[in-house]
Design a protein around this ligand. Structure first.
Ligand SMILES: [Fe+2]
Ligand SMILES: [Fe+2]
Length: 279
């Protein structure tokens, strides 16, 4: 069995894992300061029809009720703006790196829907209730479990063992520590660092199952992702077939966020999140 060090080395050398694709890398480096980058973003997305249809599908869910329907990539750029479109496209192109055999299709789709649901909840809560909404909220929410995608893609045997252990263990973190000696949060953070994703992603990925205050700079972002992750699970979007609830440090989260109680948010988001099923 792999030890933590083996897994870390495998990830850091990107041994069994994909490097960032040209598409993802290009999108990551686009900035709104360069006018030509606006057209380039549209161009990159349009050039890849499977990615384009997912980007539009996700944009319509995240901005449901505000801009629906978004019909073309140009339309999305006009309505939701450069940064929001960039973040959706980046996330979708990162997820597409982890698509592999048919055998894993079911678990991949479960992770995909859990991630989109979490990102959507993050974005909606931040727009509706936070003073400083940021388009980064969608991306941090959507990428928080990237370590699970890596596990599913490159360490499938261990992924299955963890999934089986969940019916006894009742804590994903505990099951992972026993089977892997590490967690998907650590694995995701290593990967995000190697890919050169911004620091905010690395922190949210690393701490999303822990008290948010553990992050010195991004505690609020961690809190938002943890709350959104929990709401996504309550609405049926679990990352595993075995439905266990992730760590949710309710009191600590609510010290950082002035938003309605989870039960109220669940009610409010129920209808919108149904759309995730159709992706
Ligand atoms: Fe997680
Ligand atoms: Fe999650």
């Amino acid at each position: 069995m792999n030890s933590k060090t083996d897994i870390r080395i495998d990830i850091q050398k990107l041994k069994k894992l994909p490097t960032l694709s040209w598409t993802a890398e290009r999108i990551l480096n686009l900035t709104s300061k360069e006018l030509t980058h606006l057209d380039e973003l549209v161009d990159i997305i349009e050039r890849d029809p499977p990615i384009m249809s997912k980007v539009l599908g996700v944009a319509n869910i995240v901005y449901f009720g505000i801009y629906k329907p978004i019909t073309t990539v140009k339309d999305a750029l006009l309505k939701i703006g450069f940064k929001a479109l960039k973040n959706i496209a980046l996330s979708i192109s990162i997820f597409s790196l982890f698509k592999s055999s048919q055998e894993k299709e079911k678990s991949y789709m479960r992770l995909f829907k859990h991630s989109i649901a979490t990102g959507t909840v993050c974005q909606i809560i931040s727009e509706k209730f936070l003073n400083e909404p940021s388009e980064d909220n969608f991306a941090t929410g959507v990428l928080h479990d990237i370590g699970l995608f890596a596990l599913n893609y490159a360490f499938y045997e261990q992924f299955q063992k963890i999934e089986q252990a969940l019916s006894r263990e009742n804590s994903l973190t505990q099951a992972e520590k026993k089977i892997l000696g590490t967690t998907h949060s650590e694995m995701g953070k290593w990967l995000a660092e190697i890919w050169g994703l911004p620091e905010i992603f690395c922190d949210v990925i690393l701490y999303h199952h822990e008290p948010p205050q553990k992050s010195v700079k991004y505690a609020k972002n961690v809190a938002l992702v943890q709350l959104s992750n929990s709401i996504a699970e309550k609405l049926g979007y679990h990352p595993f077939e075995v439905k266990i609830e992730s760590e949710f440090y309710r009191e600590k989260v609510y010290k950082l966020l002035d938003v309605p109680e989870p039960e109220e948010l669940v009610n409010e988001l129920k209808e919108i999140l149904k759309e995730v099923e159709n992706l």
